[in-house]
Write a protein that binds this ligand. Structure first.
Ligand SMILES: [Zn+2]
Length: 289
């Protein structure tokens, strides 16, 4: 555990912690040094605003000034590798990052949107860290990139998930449970409510379903999709993003053919292009309203 992880777990973000608790965990000396350094040693509690774990850097060409922001979320990272590929040679976290960078570069080059990334390196982020980027930047949409893994080695193809209270099928429920397991303790303690009112969450779900439909549309015929590729489930990260949000599952790394494709830059560039076109179509549809 790194010092930063420790700080994060103890303090939460913007957290308040009682002085007595510090000594109890055995790192009191370090933290007390921190407290006196900030001139707050006499207080019994301490509030620290830590910098965001995720970056708020915006990637855009100058012509895209004022255009909507799309947050690309490369799933997993750091100590959370995600699914392992069938060959054992690739981890989901590396493939999601490669695809995220390709999608970012495409979108920036095309100049119709601005882009932010929850991560652009191999770092661990909680689901809340990820969703928070979309909220902080008031993003127009949030696209989380993942690869699936299933016990059936023949399962393959891409699918798109949008947010729903009820899963569309048992597999969608299984996938959501797998991805939600990355949530940290805070998120599992019943705080994974929407940040929106009931009415607004319906609008968020509808906007997310529209975006998912466009993603399926642009992908069809260009690469392998699963049967019924638009699926629904309750994903924490999508609910908390507070905007149109989808989870794109680019294929099964538990399938040998899909693994080969997902590790191929040529294949990924086709996927990135389809995603970029769908994202732009969605932005265009909203700006016409
Ligand atoms: Zn994943």
């Amino acid at each position: 555990m790194t010092w930063r992880d420790l700080m994060k777990e103890m303090l939460n973000r913007h957290g308040t912690i009682a002085g007595a608790a510090l000594a109890a965990v055995g790192v009191g000396a370090i933290l007390l040094a921190f407290v006196s350094g900030s001139g707050a040693a006499s207080q019994s509690s301490l509030t620290v605003n830590l910098p965001p774990a995720a970056t708020d850097r915006i990637y855009a060409v100058p012509q895209a000034r004022g255009r909507p922001i799309v947050v690309i979320d490369a799933g997993h990272g750091g100590r959370d590798p995600g699914a392992r590929s069938v060959s054992g040679q690739a981890a989901e976290k590396d493939l999601t990052l490669a695809l995220a960078r390709e999608l970012r570069d495409d979108l920036v080059k095309r100049g119709r949107v601005r882009v932010a990334m929850t991560r652009d390196d191999d770092r661990y982020l909680t689901l809340e860290d990820r969703a928070e980027v979309a909220r902080r930047l008031n993003a127009a949409m949030f696209v989380s990139l993942h690869m699936d893994s299933a016990p059936n080695p023949l399962a393959r193809g891409a699918s798109v998930y949008s947010l729903s209270d009820v899963a569309s099928d048992p597999e969608a429920a299984r996938f959501a449970a797998l991805e939600n397991a990355g949530a940290d303790v805070r998120e599992n303690e019943g705080s994974v409510k929407s940040i929106l009112s009931d009415l607004a969450i319906r609008a968020q779900m509808n906007a997310s379903a529209d975006l998912a439909a466009r993603l399926v549309n642009k992908s069809a015929g260009r690469f392998e999709l699963r049967p019924n590729p638009h699926r629904f489930a309750s994903f924490h990260v999508l609910r908390r993003a507070g905007t149109a949000a989808v989870l794109f599952e680019a294929g099964y790394i538990s399938n040998a053919d899909d693994e080969l494709e997902l590790r191929s830059p040529q294949h990924r560039s086709q996927v990135a292009l389809a995603l970029a076109q769908a994202i732009e179509a969605d932005v265009a549809a909203h700006s016409r309203r």
